[in-house]
Design a protein around this ligand. Structure first.
Ligand code: ZN
Length: 314
């Protein structure tokens, strides 16, 4: 089960991660957790009946949801995209509806890291970080072949490490966070500020002269068409991303860093400056054992995040 602010999905998958059936519905957050949980349960039950699987045929139920949440107690603790979910005991609810079936709850960044590690770009390594580079810069860590959650389940928040003193304001309230400089909105903001000096004509033409409507996607598309100004914006964001990753590598000596969303869309336009910055800011023997690669699971990542919670360790 994937619980999101916009949509929820329920999948039935094999133990090797092959999805056999999938249903999706609009979350409609204003309904509150009880109604949404009921729809998740009803959907799961319908799938089990149609496929003649039954509770006994299940290895377990995996639930992926935005944090904060407590994976040990199975409780969702007021994520920003689910404003009414204040201390909702998801695991207890599902275990009472599906007796005899175990439930695992994990935050979506950790679960996606697990999915990329088991099925995607992280296959075959023991120490990796996964980072989404989308609306936010979220992260999940796999260390020595296991999810690393930290003391209060907040490990991996690389997006909110400081990479520029007195830098732009981040939505978390701090200044100069990696997320404020290298997320989708960070890239858009950088482009919007920089077009002021008569530069970025191709980008302005693309958005019909409306500076405020420039998005990261516009910057990427324009850069792909060979526009040097937009390539420069991605280089700037990629350099900050690389600086943040270098700091992470100096602490964790990772084997692989898997980058999602913007890195997948922009490809080498973003990855090249990231790797260059890593080689500047991390020691050579640390940088050279780590490959920095785009995520592989794409649109399937959210479903596979929940599924991977019950897959065998490779
Ligand atoms: Zn922040």
């Amino acid at each position: 089960m994937d619980i999101g602010g916009t949509k929820c999905a329920v999948c039935l998958a094999d133990a090797d991660g092959r999805i056999r059936t999938r249903r999706e519905f609009a979350t409609q957050v204003e309904r509150g957790p009880e109604a949404i949980l009921s729809e998740l349960e009803d959907t799961a039950e319908a799938i089990l009946q149609e496929t003649s699987t039954g509770n006994g045929g299940l290895i377990g139920i995996g639930v992926s949801c935005g944090g904060p949440l407590d994976p040990e107690r199975g409780v969702i603790q007021l994520p920003p995209n689910l404003p009414l979910w204040d201390n909702v005991p998801v695991r207890a609810a599902l275990e009472s509806r599906f007796p005899g079936v175990q439930v695992r709850l994990e935050n979506d960044a950790n679960a996606t890291a697990l999915a990329e590690w088991r099925l995607g770009a992280g296959r075959g390594c023991r120490n990796m970080a996964f980072m989404t580079v989308g609306t936010g810069v979220g992260g999940g860590l796999i260390l020595e072949g296991r999810i690393y959650r930290g003391t209060s389940f907040l490990a991996g928040e690389i997006g909110h490490t400081t990479v520029l003193r007195n830098g732009p304001l981040c939505r978390c309230g701090k200044r100069g966070c990696l997320e404020a400089l290298a997320s989708g909105p960070g890239v858009a903001a950088l482009a919007q500020e920089s077009v002021d000096y008569g530069r970025g004509r191709a980008l302005m033409a693309r958005v019909g002269g409306k500076k405020a409507s420039i998005t990261a996607r516009d910057v990427v598309e324009c850069a792909k068409e060979g526009d040097a100004f937009c390539a420069g914006i991605l280089e700037e964001a990629g350099t900050y991303l690389g600086l943040g990753i270098a700091n992470l590598l100096m602490i964790l000596n990772l084997e692989r860093v898997v980058l999602g969303t913007l890195a997948v869309h922009a490809g080498e336009l973003l990855l090249k400056p990231v790797r260059e910055a890593v080689s500047v800011y991390a020691w050579k023997p640390i940088a050279e054992v780590c490959s920095i690669v785009p995520a592989e699971l794409g649109d399937r990542a959210q479903d596979l995040a929940a599924v991977s919670l019950w897959m065998q360790d490779p």
